[in-house]
Ligand binder design. Structure first.
Ligand SMILES: [Zn+2]
Length: 287
């Protein structure tokens, strides 16, 4: 795909309908893209079939339409891109950047210390996951909201899984492959994914992919301080009052809530024109 000067995206997992937190993320990436005369794409991250459903994908699409958040080009589904992920995986393995790990998930610390680095693919017979051998000591990027973020690879990242033991491609690899495939230049998403960004940059470097600009916004939490998600039983957003919900989302993003706008089109036009990254509050928003 041709490289545009700004290509943004919203990439929900279809684990259920969008909740307020995902609306805020969608809106932030939409406003940032449109304010910069950018293209805005939609990708459905249905990588994990047992958890996810076609129905949820359709619901998400209906919700975005009812909020006036219209994307460019056709929707990309990760479930249709599996071969491409395996090509990337093969490339990484052939260049010696990966190794098979037979450790049990339960006994493995979250920052994996590389216990199986000595394994080779023809020496392993048990089911294994595939990890990226992380050589770099430090990974650093300039976040559009948080500024410089820096990670110590050994204590904060570790050798992470890029293909799971059950054969499923891990999120990190699929995402960086898709971002490159779609020519994404700017990624605006929740700050819960900051660590993922470090991993995705490491993968992009190994795959010689162009590294996009990243901007992370604070996440929306419930009154117990937990991020809104299906796991924390966040309720779906109310499609019947898009203006009210969009105003609440603008407020969460520190932007003018556009109370005079009479319809979603007008509200979004104004919000795009007035979008300012510097107004986004740098603390989690309680909803
Ligand atoms: Zn291992």
């Amino acid at each position: 795909m041709a490289r545009e000067s700004y290509v943004g995206r919203f990439a929900p997992s279809p684990t259920g309908p969008l909740h307020f937190g995902s609306l805020v993320t969608a809106l932030a990436s939409y406003l940032d893209a449109r304010h910069n005369q950018g293209v805005w794409l939609l990708r459905i991250e249905d990588l994990d079939p047992p958890r996810e459903s076609r129905r949820a994908s359709k619901e998400i699409i209906t919700q975005l339409h009812s909020f006036g958040l219209c994307w460019d080009q056709e929707v990309i589904y990760q479930s249709s891109r599996i071969d491409s992920y395996h090509d990337h995986l093969k490339y990484l393995s052939e260049k010696g950047a990966t190794y098979p790990c037979t450790c049990s998930r339960k006994k493995t610390p979250p920052i994996y210390p590389g216990l199986c680095r000595h394994n080779t693919f023809d020496s392993v017979f048990n089911p294994y996951s595939i990890r990226l051998h992380v050589d770099e000591l430090q990974i650093e990027f300039r976040d559009l909201f948080y500024g410089i973020k820096s990670y110590d690879s050994r204590t904060e990242i570790g050798d992470f899984i890029i293909r799971r033991k059950d054969g499923l491609i891990a999120y990190q690899l699929a995402v960086i492959a898709d971002d490159a495939f779609q020519g994404i230049t700017h990624i605006i998403r929740g700050s819960d994914l900051l660590d993922s960004t470090a991993k995705q940059i490491l993968l992009a470097k190994q795959l010689s992919l162009v590294i996009p600009s990243y901007g992370h916004i604070p996440v929306v939490v419930n009154n117990q301080g937990k991020k809104l998600s299906k796991q924390t039983h966040a309720s779906p957003i109310d499609n019947s009052s898009p203006l009210t919900m969009l105003r609440l989302a603008l407020k969460a993003l520190g932007q003018d809530p556009q109370i005079l706008a009479k319809n979603t089109k007008k509200l979004l036009t104004n919000a795009v024109n007035n979008w300012e990254r510097s107004l986004v509050p740098m603390k989690n928003y309680i909803y």
